[in-house]
Design a protein around this ligand. Structure first.
Ligand SMILES: NC(=O)c1ccc[n+]([C@@H]2O[C@H](COP(=O)([O-])OP(=O)(O)OC[C@H]3O[C@@H](n4cnc5c(N)ncnc54)[C@H](OP(=O)(O)O)[C@@H]3O)[C@@H](O)[C@H]2O)c1
Length: 244
């Protein structure tokens, strides 16, 4: 798909990889940006005039239908939906700072919102005459979990399964499902941890390249090595990821 003159919905558009996706795509496309209500979100449409902003807390399932309806009313034709918003809580269940309420928050935002928006925006994506893409921003942690962030890893693994089934369901339609599997990327999500991180700018460029080429899955950076290790030495791969 040539990503020009398209309507692109991006969740989690205000920060990190989502913001870089907006920055790269806004010049040639209409952007429908979703994030929680904030001055940051308002500023997006000042910075990028082609950006239409939709404030919504996607950790609250009651919000899904309303935001889906609002978008569909203003944008009855959508070419690309990029399910990008997520949070990661790193404490383990044994840590004193583990917060019980983060469990459902993470499941709703990282997984339920992806399933819901992919369904609610489907009528605007389905079309006999043009291609469309549902992009899922995933992680190497979907393939092999680490010790911390158990709920996050599980939401990403669930998204992997969901994306594969959705791909089967949409096989005979104009919609292609593309999962991008990212390595560690330098964003507010990973602030203060990890080394050798890919830049958010580079990650966004690779995601867009995958959408343009229709590559599913799009394995980015060290995820290619992880896939190879999992195929050849799965025990070693899991051991490395356990301590990641
Ligand atoms: N960074 C990495 O190393 C890495 C690696 C693999 C995969 N990924 C994936 O890449 C994607 C982007 O991550 P990132 O690192 O760019 O994260 P980030 O910089 O923390 O940005 C997260 C985005 O999600 C939005 N968001 C957070 N809570 C929300 C809520 N309740 N409702 C609606 N939007 C919400 C934030 O907007 P507001 O705060 O303004 O609402 C922000 O725009 C995620 O799916 C993540 O799992 C990241």
């Amino acid at each position: 798909m040539n990503v020009r003159d398209k309507t692109v919905v991006i969740t989690g558009a205000t920060s990190g990889i989502g913001y870089e996706l907006v920055r790269r795509l806004a010049g040639a496309n209409t952007i429908v940006a979703i994030a929680r209500p904030s001055a940051k979100l308002d500023a997006l449409s000042d910075e990028f005039p082609s950006c239409d902003t939709y404030p919504a807390d996607l950790a609250i399932p009651d919000n899904y239908q309303a935001v889906g309806d609002r978008i569909m009313r203003n944008h009855p034709h959508i070419d690309i939906l990029i399910n990008n918003a997520a949070v990661q809580h790193t404490p383990t269940y044994l840590d004193d700072d583990f917060a019980y309420e983060t469990i459902l928050y993470e499941i709703h935002l990282n997984f339920a919102a992806v399933c819901a928006l992919s369904y609610l925006l489907l009528p605007a994506l389905l079309d006999d005459k043009r291609e469309a893409v549902i992009a899922i921003i995933n992680s190497g942690l979907a393939l092999a979990p680490k010790t911390g962030s158990a709920v996050y890893c599980a939401t990403k693994a669930a998204m992997n399964s969901f994306s594969q089934s959705l791909e089967y369901q949409l096989e005979e339609t104009n919609i292609k499902v593309i999962q991008s599997f990212l390595p560690l990327v330098d964003t507010p999500m990973t602030k203060g941890r990890g080394t050798g991180k890919m830049s958010a700018r580079q990650a966004a460029a690779k995601i867009i390249e995958g959408i343009q080429k229709g590559t599913n899955p799009t394995n980015i950076g060290k995820v290619k090595l992880l896939r190879l290790l999992l195929a050849l030495w799965p025990g070693l791969a899991r051991k490395i990821m356990k301590g990641y």
